[in-house]
Design a protein around this ligand. Sequence first.
Ligand code: 6R9
Length: 635
Amino acid sequence: MNLKISSFAEYNEVYKQSVEQPEQFWDGIAENFLWRKKWDKTLEWNFKEPKIKWFQGAKLNITENCLDRHLEKNGDTPAIIWEPNDPTEDHRVLTYRQLHGKVCQFANVLKNNGVKKGDRVCIYMPMLPELAIAVLACARLGAIHSVVFGGFSAQSIADRIIDAQCEVVITADGSYRGTKEVPLKNVIDDALVQCPSVKRVIVLTRSRTPVAMIKGRDVWWEDEVKKVETQGNPDCPAEEMDAEDMLFILYTSGSTGKPKGVVHTCGGYMVYTGYTFANVFQYNPGEVYFCTADIGWITGHSYIVYGPLSQGATTLMFEGIPTWPDAGRFWDIVDKHKVNILYTAPTAIRSLMSFGEEPLKGKDLSSLKKLGSVGEPINEEAWHWFDEKIGKGNCPIVDTWWQTENGGLMISPIAGITPTKPGYATLPLPGVQPVLVDEQGNIIEGNGVSGNLCIKFPWPGMLRTTYGDHERCRQTYFATYADMYFTGDGCLRDEDGYYRITGRVDDVLNVSGHRIGTAEVENAINMHSTVVESAVVGYPHDIKGQGVYAFVVSPNIHDNADLTRKDIMMTVQRIIGAIAKPDKIQFVSGLPKTRSGKIMRRILRKIAEGDTSNLGDTSTLLDPGVVDEIKNGAL
Ligand code: 6R9
């Protein structure tokens, strides 16, 4: 069966088949990939435990799909184009042959350092080709990677390393972001004070920031590569993996507790990311594809590394930020590398939009053919600006809805094929069966309705478990509604059956496209010495989509309120990372609570939004007076 859909009529037909005969459908799609041994059984599942097994009995290695199988015909095709933070520094191009060589070489480095199938490896690196190489080298050996985004704090890294019991860490001395230098290795050193499981740290040279290299534990990437070169073993045979063996762990925030390690497995994830990449972006050979995400997030895993490479695409990696040296950076990259497909986030679009059209002057964007958006709802203004100013009215926009737990795109237009509507993720991709449910769990049929978004049938890219705690996986995703995967998102289905994601219905915030749990931020704030308790809610923010608003009870402020606010920010930065710092901190004498002690977030959300006209029924509150005080002190 052909991987790529080529018309809307074909989409409708394929979709129907994918629902009526899902196993046959995915059998046909999976034929397009390289397997060492085919599967005995396509699917076995129940959402009760949950237990989800795709392509059981099949053997493969995802890196043979992403690298080896392209060598014969496309060995000289650029696999990765890397654009540095500083535009005056040279860019780099790695062909499939070169990337294959480097992955094998680094896999041998890992082997020399004791890494074997099933081991967990933490990766904390800048956006360099070596990050992709490290990820693929782990996959080549069957080691399970756990990439941690470069913006997370030492404490967050330690939590993740401890949870996964990683024995090896791969990092760099430092990374560049605009004019800032981030001392990655120092952050790792702080984290490792708490992590006795780590036996080896491999450090890549990037910024040459002075770093502590601990004897017996820390080694330089470059030295280790040299050793492999002198050993003269350039090749590294790929480990044979079972379709359901773990490929990676990626931590993500939920509404309670610490981030969970979402687990993806080899076979289904490969098929799902490859299939969705080829279709949604309608990738054609020779096209240059630029996804602006960081590999530290799921978008980078699935749509910078695995999806594009399994399809033999040319994927562009960018080290820097959209606004340095100026707000024309993305457009310079598009012009310089003749980018055909640009996949970015609404927060970046809104931020660049705010600079007006000046940064676009003199930039040739005529190579662009397709545009994509991901991470949060895209407002109509940003959608139209993207369409008109960047796509010049000629590029279809794919607004792709999906989550870390999904592995790949779920509800999305197919570029140039699905008629689009601003603000709508449009229709489910083949194999995806979305349903809207009411609070009682009843499925809401028909169109022109809204509810909580669930998926009622498995797809190959879905999470299998949360690392080390299967019960938590069941509880979080499969217990709210019987026999359904609950996304945590609210959604409406319009008269045409088109889906529009309206945002999270749980206590998860989406700040600049990053998922942040309110409970996590509260825990961090509560660690500050003067804080008694706190409540965190989101509020609409022009650029970030959502901002973080913290109501904090801190009766004994040290120095003054402003300094204490800064101290609290620093505490959050230490505990989670700069991405979770509150935008606003309001000191209050108490929080609005019900008689049973539950914080009434509904009221706090309204106050944070600046909508205090109708706070609803406050009579059930323990101390209704506190609401007026909070209302009057709102920032
Ligand atoms: C891929 C990714 C997932 C949450 C998800 C939803 C929001 C993502 C969206 C979108 C509206 C879109 N989200 N894409 N909301 N329209 N096109 O972002 O994964 O970091 O796990 O976040 O992001 O709320 O539940 P992740």
